[in-house]
Structures are given as C-alpha cells and as structure tokens.
Design a protein around this ligand. Structure first.
Ligand code: 4AD
Ligand code: MG
Length: 477
C-alpha cells in the first residue's frame, strides 16, 4: 500500500478510509499512543495501538526514533488537539532505535548540543520547521526572479579571481602539499597545478553575473560562496549561499527598489505558506527571549516583525547622514560603543548598524554612498570623487543582510580604481572587456541567504539555519 503523508491527512478528508503511514516515532505513551512524525509538516499524527492484540516483543520496539509503517483506519480523533488519528491494524518496524543509545530522547535539548549531533537534529520540531522554511525561502526567491523575467545563471564555484578583492579565499589545488613544486623564483609553481594556475573557491558570482547581464539584461545567481575570514560570530559562515541579481540599464535606485521588493515578497510568501512552522518558531523565540534582559528582547513577536517589514518602507539615507546621527548619539558620546565614531570615513561596525536599525529608526535601513576607501573596486564613483554608489541593507537583529551597488561602467575610471586597489588588470581583461564593448549603466546586489533565513525563522545563530555549518575549526559531517 502506498503511504499517505501526514500533511495530507490532517484536513480529515480521508476519514473512514484505510491508509498507510510511515514515519519516525517521537513518543510512545501507555503502550498505546504513538506520536508519529514524517517530516511533511510540524504536526505529529497519533497512531493508536491495539496493545491487547499486539505482541509484547513488537510493542517493545516502538521507541523514540524508530522508523515504523502503520496501516489502519483513519478516524476522527477521540482526544483533544487533533482532528484525526490512525487506528492501527498492523504495525511494522522498519528501523529500530535503541532507547539506551539514541541521543535524541524526547526532552528539551540546547541548540548547542543539537549542533554537535547535526546529523540527527533534523528530527526535532525546531529544525524541521527551520529547514522547511529554508526551502520555502529559496523557492520564493526563484519565483520572484522568474516572474520578473530574470535568467538564473550558474556562476562557477572554482575561479581564478578574487571578486571582492579582499583576499579571503580558500585555495583549490591538487598539488602534493608534502612536496610542492617551486619555480625559479622559489615560489609555488602553479603551472604544474590542475588548472595550470592558482585557483580558489569563489567568494562571489558577481563578476560573472555582470558579464551575463550585459547581454541577457537581467540575471541572478543562487549558489554557495566561500570566505576564509576568521569570524567566529553568530552572523558568519565560511560557506554560505548568496543570491546575486545583476541588471543592465539600472541605477542605484532601481537596485534598492529591487532588493526591497524581493525581501518583502519572500517574507510575505513565508507568512502566507508556513503558518504552522512560523507559529512554532515564534513561540520558541518568545521562550528564548524570556531568558534575556528586558532591553535585549526584540520588541515584536516573530510574525508581527515580518509583517511590519512587509508593510513599511525601508528607511533610506546616505552614509554621511548616518555618520552624523551616530556621532551625536548617546552611546557614542558616553563611550558605550566599542568603536567610537569620530570622523567621516570610519567603517561601520555591527554595533553602529544595530543602533541605527534597532534604536534610531526601528525598521530596516538602506545606507547609500559609502566612502570609496571602505568599499570594493567595482562600485561606481560619485561626482564628489570620495564616495561610491553603494548600498547596504541593514535588518534588526541581523545587521547587514544585503550589500550592493551601481557598477563602475566607465573604462578609464574602473582601470584607475583597480590600480589604486592593486587589482591585477591583466588577469581581469575579460571583466574590463565589458566596459570596452557596449558598456552601459548596471547595478546589482548580494543577499546573504542564511541571514535572511535567520531573520525569518528568528534563529539567533546562523549555524542553526544551514544543515551543516562550516566555520573556523569545524567541518564536521
Ligand atoms: O557584502 P558582500 O561581501 O557583497 C558581495 O559579495 C557582492 N559581490 C554582492 C553583489 O553586489 N553582487 O556580501 C553580500 C552579502 C552580505 O550582505 C551578507 O548578507 C552575506 O552576503 N555575507 C555572509 N553571510 C554569511 N557569512 C558570511 N561570512 C558572509 N559574508 C557576507
Ligand atoms: Mg558587504
């Protein structure tokens, strides 16, 4: 008999029919009531066992974590809480889970502990909800761009360039590390390496997206990116997924509109389609917040927070305006910031971003026109010669969620910037070619996928929204 998923049974349409269920036992009470979960939704379905007519040896094997198949009549639920339950006629154990050894006993486990058993944490309510929503976020992003006629571009994962010019790259090589070939100058001879040159895992697909956008008009990437930065924070991963749209004939305002529309579209999609999981995560977050001091708690419950972001315009202001606010704010004057803002030109730290978003404006903020010295080489230089057409979107509790810009489309200006920032011109001839042949204004941005999933699920640590997080000192599983 073909199995029916729990999500398809809950509405009660199949009451009175014989169905087969397959899933994992969450709990087994009184030798009678199995709470079964099959991952199709948060809810378990209660399977009622006729224990008087079931062999003792079988009952003993119905333990937390075991995989079972249950066939029987779907009936209206006798107890409270759920509409339907399964009156089991036969039960088969598909896979035992030794109760003496199974690490996920039905009690509250800390997220830290669950991270250590990340291969099993999918089986908890929290991670089931997080990963269903993660899927929903990815799907909504693809749908958003598809509806607007964007082409999904698969940019390479192994590259020979550093798109951000920040040097935070993982090297890719098949050279024997115990006996590395050297050239006449005594440096590593990458000519002997697999690709005949030095290569690395990509930090961003933007440069390739630009090449495609300048022919296809509107493209986006959605793939893994890698940063070898030694950041041990709740917002950084060494391997994360990024969405990078790139649009020809667009300026920074178009870019900001696109990013804001996309974020709102995705949040609305999740509010509309993931009610049950969101309700659960909202309660989880509320419980977690109770353990925090009052002033660190978020002012809104999870769903209201998302709705607020969907319904309100993001605040747009320039870096220069932001610096003036920060210079004169209380925590700066009283020395409460770790990094005191003294002069225009300072790079904003997360404490500053959070002050603007969480204390000053109380809503998502888009900062524009940053000093060129703290931004990447490809951003369009403003007429003042000091700032670039950059934008960062800052979210409450997260900080930077999107970074983007209008691109420098003027060949001479771009070459000048590359010289200033020591970007090797010869190696980047292909990028410069787009500015030689049919260049045009264009813009794009990068969205950190996990940071958005974090915001939507209310999970405090980014390591809890990706199946197997990679961070300094950890590549388990
Ligand atoms: O600001 P970033 O470095 O921008 C770029 O890579 C550009 N090429 C994007 C573009 O214009 N096409 O990264 C973009 C976003 C950040 O805003 C942040 O959300 C996320 O990627 N991000 C990270 N997420 C998790 N862990 C990390 N280590 C991250 N670094 C950046
Ligand atoms: Mg950035």
């Amino acid at each position: 008999m073909k199995r029916t998923k729990i999500i398809d049974l809950l509405d009660g349409q199949l009451i009175g029919q014989t169905v087969n269920l397959k899933g994992w036992v969450r709990t087994f009470r009184n030798n009678q009531f199995i709470a079964l979960n099959d991952g199709s939704c948060l809810s378990n379905l209660q399977v009622v066992v006729d224990y008087e007519n079931t062999e003792e040896s079988l009952l003993k094997r119905i333990t937390t974590g075991a995989a079972i198949s249950a066939t029987g009549l779907l009936i209206e639920s006798q107890g409270r809480g759920q509409k339907v339950e399964l009156k089991a006629e036969s039960i088969e154990i598909l896979g035992d889970a030794d109760p003496e050894k199974y690490p996920l006993q039905p009690k509250k486990h800390s997220l830290e502990f669950l991270r250590e058993i990340a291969h099993l944490r999918f089986r908890t309510n929290t991670f089931g909800a997080v990963f269903r929503i993660r899927h929903g976020v990815a799907f909504a992003i693809h749908q958003f761009f598809h509806e607007r006629g964007f082409v999904y571009l698969h940019s390479p994962i192994i590259t020979g360039s550093d798109a951000e010019g920040a040097g935070e790259m993982f090297q890719v090589s098949t050279l024997n590390l115990d006996n590395v070939p050297k050239n006449e100058q005594g440096n590593v001879d990458f000519k002997k390496d697999f690709f005949g040159k030095a290569t690395n895992l990509t930090v961003s697909g933007q440069l390739e997206a630009e090449l495609a956008a300048l022919a296809l008009g509107q493209v986006y990437t959605f793939g893994p990116t890698f940063r070898a930065e030694n950041s041990n924070t709740s917002r950084h991963l060494a391997e994360f997924w990024m969405i990078e749209p790139e649009v020809a004939f667009a300026d920074l305002n178009d870019d900001m509109d696109l990013a804001e529309d996309m974020l709102k579209y995705v949040m609305k999609y999740i509010l509309d389609h993931y009610q049950e999981d969101l309700n659960f995560l909202e309660q989880r977050l509320a419980d977690e917040e109770k353990t925090k001091p009052q002033n660190e708690r978020s002012p809104l419950p999870l769903k209201e927070k998302l709705l607020f972001c969907v319904d309100n315009d993001f605040e747009r202001l320039s870096y220069t305006e932001a610096i003036n606010i920060l210079k004169n704010c209380k925590p700066n004057k009283k020395g409460q910031f770790q990094y005191i803002i003294e002069d225009w030109g300072a790079d904003l730290q997360s404490e500053h971003e959070r002050y603007l978003v969480e204390k000053h404006f109380n809503k998502p903020v888009i900062l524009t026109d940053y000093p060129k010295n703290i931004k990447a080489f490809y951003m369009k230089v403003n007429e003042d010669g000091k700032t670039v057409r950059a934008m960062d979107i800052l979210f409450p509790g997260i900080g930077e969620i999107v970074g983007g810009s209008q691109r420098e489309e003027r060949y001479e200006v771009l070459v000048e910037r590359m010289k200033e920032m020591h970007i090797p011109e010869e190696e980047m001839y292909w990028y410069l070619d787009t500015r030689k042949y049919g260049t045009c204004p264009h813009a794009g941005f990068g969205l950190g996928f996990e940071r958005l999933v974090q915001f939507i699920t209310g999970m405090t640590n980014i390591r809890d929204v990706i199946p197997f997080p990679r961070f300094p000192g950890n590549a388990a599983f």
